[in-house]
Design a protein around this ligand. Structure first.
Ligand SMILES: [Zn+2]
Length: 121
Protein backbone atom coordinates (compact mmCIF):
# COMPACT_ATOMS: atom_id res chain seq x y z
CA UNK A 1 0.00 0.00 0.00
CA UNK A 2 1.39 3.39 -0.98
CA UNK A 3 0.60 6.15 1.49
CA UNK A 4 0.32 9.48 -0.29
CA UNK A 5 1.71 11.59 2.56
CA UNK A 6 4.74 9.38 3.25
CA UNK A 7 8.19 9.12 1.63
CA UNK A 8 11.02 6.59 1.94
CA UNK A 9 14.51 7.42 3.16
CA UNK A 10 17.73 5.42 2.93
CA UNK A 11 19.45 4.17 6.05
CA UNK A 12 22.36 1.79 6.42
CA UNK A 13 21.40 -1.91 6.85
CA UNK A 14 23.61 -2.29 9.89
CA UNK A 15 21.88 0.53 11.68
CA UNK A 16 18.43 -0.76 10.70
CA UNK A 17 19.41 -4.16 12.06
CA UNK A 18 20.20 -2.57 15.41
CA UNK A 19 16.88 -0.72 15.40
CA UNK A 20 15.05 -3.98 14.68
CA UNK A 21 16.89 -5.68 17.52
CA UNK A 22 15.94 -2.85 19.87
CA UNK A 23 12.29 -3.03 18.79
CA UNK A 24 12.31 -6.79 19.28
CA UNK A 25 13.88 -6.60 22.76
CA UNK A 26 12.35 -3.44 24.19
CA UNK A 27 9.46 -2.59 21.87
CA UNK A 28 6.77 -3.58 24.30
CA UNK A 29 8.44 -1.85 27.27
CA UNK A 30 8.82 1.49 25.49
CA UNK A 31 5.93 1.35 23.05
CA UNK A 32 8.26 1.38 20.05
CA UNK A 33 7.31 -1.72 18.15
CA UNK A 34 9.25 -1.22 14.92
CA UNK A 35 12.01 0.78 13.25
CA UNK A 36 9.51 3.25 11.81
CA UNK A 37 8.27 4.23 15.27
CA UNK A 38 11.84 4.61 16.57
CA UNK A 39 12.91 6.80 13.63
CA UNK A 40 9.73 8.85 13.89
CA UNK A 41 10.46 9.52 17.58
CA UNK A 42 14.10 10.41 16.82
CA UNK A 43 13.15 12.83 14.06
CA UNK A 44 10.64 14.59 16.30
CA UNK A 45 13.12 14.77 19.21
CA UNK A 46 15.85 16.05 16.90
CA UNK A 47 13.64 18.80 15.51
CA UNK A 48 12.49 19.75 19.02
CA UNK A 49 16.06 20.13 20.38
CA UNK A 50 18.79 19.53 17.79
CA UNK A 51 21.52 20.70 20.18
CA UNK A 52 21.01 17.49 22.19
CA UNK A 53 22.17 15.48 19.18
CA UNK A 54 24.86 17.66 17.65
CA UNK A 55 28.40 18.23 18.73
CA UNK A 56 30.18 21.32 17.44
CA UNK A 57 33.15 19.28 16.24
CA UNK A 58 30.98 17.10 14.00
CA UNK A 59 31.49 19.46 11.09
CA UNK A 60 35.30 19.31 11.26
CA UNK A 61 35.79 15.55 11.34
CA UNK A 62 36.68 13.53 8.28
CA UNK A 63 33.77 11.25 7.40
CA UNK A 64 34.89 7.75 6.48
CA UNK A 65 32.44 5.11 5.26
CA UNK A 66 33.34 1.55 4.31
CA UNK A 67 30.29 -0.62 3.55
CA UNK A 68 30.49 -4.37 4.21
CA UNK A 69 27.88 -6.13 2.07
CA UNK A 70 28.50 -9.59 3.51
CA UNK A 71 28.14 -8.37 7.07
CA UNK A 72 26.39 -4.97 7.16
CA UNK A 73 26.80 -4.70 10.94
CA UNK A 74 30.56 -4.64 10.37
CA UNK A 75 30.38 -1.67 7.99
CA UNK A 76 32.30 1.39 9.07
CA UNK A 77 30.72 4.83 9.34
CA UNK A 78 33.16 6.98 11.27
CA UNK A 79 33.88 10.62 11.94
CA UNK A 80 37.62 10.95 12.51
CA UNK A 81 38.77 14.02 14.46
CA UNK A 82 42.21 15.20 15.53
CA UNK A 83 41.75 13.81 19.02
CA UNK A 84 39.16 11.03 18.73
CA UNK A 85 36.94 8.94 16.46
CA UNK A 86 33.16 8.75 16.69
CA UNK A 87 31.36 5.71 15.29
CA UNK A 88 28.07 6.76 13.73
CA UNK A 89 26.69 3.21 13.85
CA UNK A 90 27.14 2.79 17.62
CA UNK A 91 27.28 6.51 18.49
CA UNK A 92 30.37 5.60 20.45
CA UNK A 93 34.06 6.40 20.64
CA UNK A 94 34.95 2.94 21.85
CA UNK A 95 33.55 0.07 19.78
CA UNK A 96 34.64 -2.65 17.37
CA UNK A 97 34.30 -0.23 14.43
CA UNK A 98 36.72 2.26 15.97
CA UNK A 99 39.07 -0.62 16.81
CA UNK A 100 38.91 -1.73 13.17
CA UNK A 101 40.11 1.71 12.04
CA UNK A 102 43.22 1.25 14.19
CA UNK A 103 43.83 -2.46 13.63
CA UNK A 104 42.80 -3.40 10.10
CA UNK A 105 45.67 -2.89 7.65
CA UNK A 106 43.32 -2.48 4.66
CA UNK A 107 41.38 0.24 6.45
CA UNK A 108 44.60 1.99 7.48
CA UNK A 109 45.82 1.86 3.88
CA UNK A 110 42.49 3.30 2.73
CA UNK A 111 42.71 6.11 5.29
CA UNK A 112 46.22 6.92 4.13
CA UNK A 113 44.99 7.05 0.54
CA UNK A 114 42.43 9.68 1.53
CA UNK A 115 44.99 11.52 3.70
CA UNK A 116 42.99 10.88 6.86
CA UNK A 117 45.16 10.68 9.97
CA UNK A 118 44.07 8.68 12.97
CA UNK A 119 44.39 10.32 16.37
CA UNK A 120 46.90 8.69 18.70
CA UNK A 121 45.22 6.28 21.08
ZN1 LIG B 1 30.70 1.20 16.25
Amino acid sequence: MVRADWVSVGIHKGLVGQLDEFAEKYGEKYGLRNRQQILDLLAREFLRSPEKFLRPETKRGEHYILPNRESPKDSLDLHIFDTHIVCNVCNSENCKHVDTAYENKHVRKDLTKYKINLPTK
